[in-house]
Design a protein around this ligand. Structure first.
Ligand SMILES: [Fe+2]
Length: 166
């Protein structure tokens, strides 16, 4: 059974994953409006991944005698972006803040003898490392290729390849 305190910490993480999912959706809307369909697809997929993380934690709490809870009021995500680079810098900041939250949670679990939850969190820890690496590669790519209107068609096309990667 989960302790009240670990439940509360996990429920906080649920809100963060839900916020991340909403933040990706807001960016997908921006990309659609800018006629960047493959970039939009990348962002939709990322929104789905964050929701999947949220669900995994949600189910973990409920399966272990706790009570999972999603707030009906989350922070409002950023909706206006200067350009594609601004979008992916926002993605990078978002992923880093999720990484920090997961790492702090894992550290707290270890310090408080919550070993089962500590192990449950390990795939999330590694996935965040992977997410940060992936997004920083994309930022380098955008910086090299450029994001002026003339380059946008090819930049968006390149995301088709990113979307096909597992
Ligand atoms: Fe996540």
């Amino acid at each position: 059974m989960l302790s009240e305190s670990v439940q509360a910490k996990l429920n906080e993480q649920i809100q963060k994953e839900a916020f991340a999912s909403n933040a990706y959706l807001a960016m997908a809307t921006w990309a659609e409006r800018e006629n960047l369909p493959n970039i939009a697809e990348y962002l939709y997929n990322s929104a789905e991944e964050e929701r999947e993380h949220m669900l995994q934690i949600y189910k973990y709490i409920n399966a272990n005698g706790g009570q999972a809870h999603l707030e009906n009021k989350l922070d409002k995500p950023k909706e206006k972006f200067k350009n594609v680079l601004d979008v992916f810098q926002t993605v990078y900041d978002l992923e880093c803040s999720v990484s920090r939250a997961i790492n702090e949670l894992a550290t707290w679990c270890l310090q408080n003898g919550e070993h089962a939850t500590y192990f449950f969190l390990q795939p999330f820890v590694l996935e965040q490392q992977e997410a940060e690496r992936k997004v920083s590669d994309i930022i380098v790519f955008i910086e090299r290729m450029g994001h002026e209107p003339r380059q946008l068609f090819y930049l968006d096309k390149q995301f088709k390849k990113f979307n096909e990667q597992p």
